[in-house]
Design a protein around this ligand. Structure first.
Ligand SMILES: [Zn+2]
Length: 131
């Protein structure tokens, strides 16, 4: 297993961010694992397949919608920007790509509304300024 520092170095992010992410992920895996054991009333072995299954189901490395929005507006720190870019472009997570596409469409609609509002204002400003 790679150390937090090794992961941080490979992803060019802060070690503290890796530590927090790893802690949160392990906490969620433990909770999911305990829930499944209790539901089936058996002891499930902690195989790699089982961890992969939990990782995919829980989308542990997926990006929050608010973070995707900040990514769209290029309002993220360089480290976060790179992580989100890696998640979308390299991993190609279907869930996050769909979420991002949806945000892009929302932004485009918002831009179109603003453009229309400005055109209406520009075309009516002459009427509004007459006494
Ligand atoms: Zn994702």
């Amino acid at each position: 297993m790679l150390s937090n520092a090794d992961v941080a170095s490979q992803l060019s992010v802060e070690t503290g961010n890796v530590r927090i992410f790893r802690h949160r992920s392990l906490k969620r895996i433990h909770k999911e694992f305990a829930g499944r054991c209790a539901a089936k009333d058996i002891s499930i072995s902690c195989s790699e397949d089982f961890l992969t299954e939990i990782w995919k189901e829980q989308r542990l490395s997926c990006i929050k919608r608010s973070t995707l929005g900040a990514f769209l507006l290029e309002d993220l720190s360089p480290e976060w920007f790179d992580f989100v870019d890696f998640h979308l472009a390299t991993i190609g997570c279907h869930f996050c790509c769909a979420n991002y596409k949806d945000l892009c469409q929302e932004q485009q609609t918002s831009d179109q509304r603003e453009y229309l509002r400005q055109r209406i204002m520009a075309s009516t400003v002459g009427f509004l300024s007459k006494p």
